[in-house]
Structure formats: C-alpha cells, structure tokens
Design a protein around this ligand. Structure first.
Ligand SMILES: [Zn+2]
Length: 384
C-alpha cells in the first residue's frame, strides 16, 4: 500500500528487519527531517508494526496528527486502540483522539516466546520486581533511556549491576540499545508522557523471546496518570506479548520486602550516577532513598547511601509541589509502619514546602512590577 504523507499525519515506513537482532523504521513528521529509529538487542528481535505504532501514538495524540503506518497491526491491539487513547487522555486532557491508518490487522506471526521478562534499570522498582516475582526468567536492560548512547562508561556500570544481579538470582539478561528516545525530544516529556510507551514498544519487538513482559511500577498516587500506569501498560498488549505493571507497593514497603537481599548494595538510584560511583548520596533521589532506607530500618544499604539522613535537611530546602507529594507518601508510609525517630518529619517537609512557596512569591513580585512598568511605558509612548 502506498501511503501519502500529509501535513496532518505521522508516516511510519521502511519497517525492516536489518539483522536477526536489529530492526529499524523511518518516521516522518510534517515539515521535519525524517528520523530513522533502530532497536538492537542481545537476543532475536521481530520487526512488526505494533512496536512502531506504540512509539508514535502518544506523539500523534500530543500534536493532533493521525498516524499512517505501512504494516499490519495485531488484532488485539487494534481492538484496544480507542480504549488505549482514552486511557492516555485521562492524564493528558489537552491531547487529542487521533486516527490510525494501517494496511490491515494481523494475528500473523507464529513467533511468540514462552518466557516472562521484566525491565531492569538498576533502581528500587526493578530490584523489587526481579527478586519477588517468581515467574521472571529474564531481565531486560535498556541503553538509550536513562543512559544516553554517548555515555559508554555509565552504560558499562549499569550493565555490570544487571549482569551481577542476573547471575546471583539465576536470571537471563537481555540487553537493548536504541535511539528511540529521540522521538520524544521536543515533543513529549520523557518521564511525564513517554517512557511507558517506550518500554511497551521495546517489549513488542522482543516477541520471539517473551510472551509476558513486566513493567516495574510504583505505588505513588501522584504519578497515577503519567506516561506509565497499569491500565496503559495492559492496553499496550498484543496477542503475542502481554504487558503488565508489577509492584505497586510503596517504596518503603518494597525496601522492607527485599531488605535481606545482598545485591541491594548494588542498587542504583542516583540522578548523577556515572562510572565512578553508583550513588552520590546527596542528589534529591539519593536523599529520598536514604530517608526510605532509614524509615524501613533496612539492614542492607546500597553503596553511597550508607549514611542516615537528618530530616532537618528537608526543612532547610525549597521543596516543590511534586517533591512534596513524593516525600509526603514516604512520610505517611514510615508513620504507618511506626518506625521510631520520625515524629518531626511531617513538620520538616511542611517547612521546606513553605520555603519554596515564599521563594516563588518573592521572585514573582519584582517580576510583576517590572512587567507593569514596561507596559505603562509602552502605553505612554503610544499615547505620545
Ligand atoms: Zn545521587
């Protein structure tokens, strides 16, 4: 089928199996340079339209562009498409329902693995799912999501964590290298809108190996409508690969559950992690994890997060609304399990939040005055 590129559509073509372990497709956006996207793996991949459609759908919905794709979509995904769009709209009300034009639907490929895999990024949710879910046989570790393709040293470090974890726990390891994150650049926010779709797309390309792929979830209500949640993940399933969110317990209770795990020492949560260290101990994510480790009275602590946190630190900081929501959930969970020594945590968080609000107001007033002055000057010039 020949598909015309129009000014109101994203076209996906040249869907190809370049090698057993490499697939590619060409994405064309109106008035922009075409982008060739690749996915490479240590395992066999299958080129299929479902993979590429899942990567394009949220972008089309943000930009209000239909999608035309030169391939056949799986019948289950095709049946669920409108529900999938509606589910995504719940968290992104200004996005739009769009049309998807394909060359047909298919239940074609006989290729379908019979194993369960779970994504593994080295963080708490990954550790929890991989060590508590007995059906997981393989871990999928992606280079090109949290770690840019240019950052070889960081990738080597994460790969080492994944290899060690897999060996200790008797899992296989599947590695992926991809430039698909570039599709979101300038169009969608990775964490807020896109990463769940990215994981789902990769999972569908791995169908020669796995029939169930788990996406480690989080228990934070604040993120419920973001780009990855249980309902969205499930609706990205096809008749070949079922996608499922796993592990929606709070982070504190996840740490309690895997406290005895030796590999916990190698957990990697840091926003600044490079090849020199696993965790800096001081960035926002490291501090928060130190709080969670203290709150759960963990006996095993990841490298770089050994030191207990003085919760007064939060009172001296400026805590944004998002950070406050996250830390508040930690505080409530610590209070619920009754760990002693945290009676002042709620007050310290409120103080940090108040600091942020006051700072915003102090910044806002001079800005507003200067804006009013400029408007007045312009008005004066126009009158004269
Ligand atoms: Zn850090």
């Amino acid at each position: 089928m020949n598909i015309e590129v129009t000014n109101d559509s994203i076209k996906i073509s040249e869907i190809s199996q370049v090698a057993e372990n490499r697939i590619e497709a060409l994405f064309e956006f109106p008035n922009q340079e075409p982008q060739r996207i690749f996915i490479e793996s240590s395992k066999q991949l299958q080129s299929n339209a479902d993979t590429w459609l899942l990567l394009a759908l949220p972008i089309g919905m943000k930009l209000g562009l239909s999608i035309v794709i030169d391939g056949e979509i799986d019948s289950l995904l095709s049946d669920n498409l409108k529900n999938l769009e509606r589910e995504y709209l719940r968290g992104n009300r200004h996005f739009k329902m769009i049309e998807v034009l394909t060359t047909g639907t298919s239940t074609n490929s006989k290729i379908a693995g019979k194993q369960t895999a779970s994504f593994f990024s080295g963080g708490l949710d990954s550790f929890y799912t991989a060590s508590t879910e007995p059906t997981v046989q393989s871990l999928i570790c992606v280079w090109g999501f949290d770690i840019p393709l240019q950052n070889i040293a960081s990738w080597n470090q994460l790969n080492e964590v994944a290899v060690n974890f897999a060996q200790r726990h008797g899992h296989e390891l599947t590695t992926i290298k991809t430039n698909l994150k570039t599709l979101s650049h300038g169009r969608l926010l990775w964490g807020r809108h896109y990463f769940g779709w990215a994981l789902s797309g990769v999972a569908q390309s791995l169908r020669p190996n796995f029939d169930v792929v788990l996406i480690p979830g989080d228990g934070e209500a604040y993120f419920a409508d973001w780009g990855s949640n249980g309902n969205l993940n499930a609706l990205c399933s096809t008749s070949k690969v079922t996608l499922r969110e796993h592990g929606t317990a709070s982070r504190v209770s996840k740490i309690v559950a895997i406290d005895q795990l030796d590999s916990l020492r190698e957990m990697r949560v840091c926003l600044k992690a490079g090849f020199k260290f696993l965790n800096c101990g001081e960035c926002k994510k490291c501090r928060r994890t130190r709080l969670e480790l203290d709150g759960s009275q963990s006996s095993t602590r990841p490298s770089g997060l050994e030191e207990r946190i003085d919760t007064r630190i939060f009172a001296r900081e400026r805590i944004s609304k998002t950070e406050y929501s996250i830390l508040k959930e930690d505080q409530l969970e610590i209070a619920r399990i009754g760990t002693p020594g945290f009676s002042s945590l709620a007050r310290h968080l409120r103080q940090g939040r108040a600091r942020y609000v006051i700072f915003q107001i102090i910044n806002f007033i001079p800005e507003k005055i200067s804006h009013l002055r400029q408007s007045a000057k312009q008005g004066f010039r126009q009158k004269n």
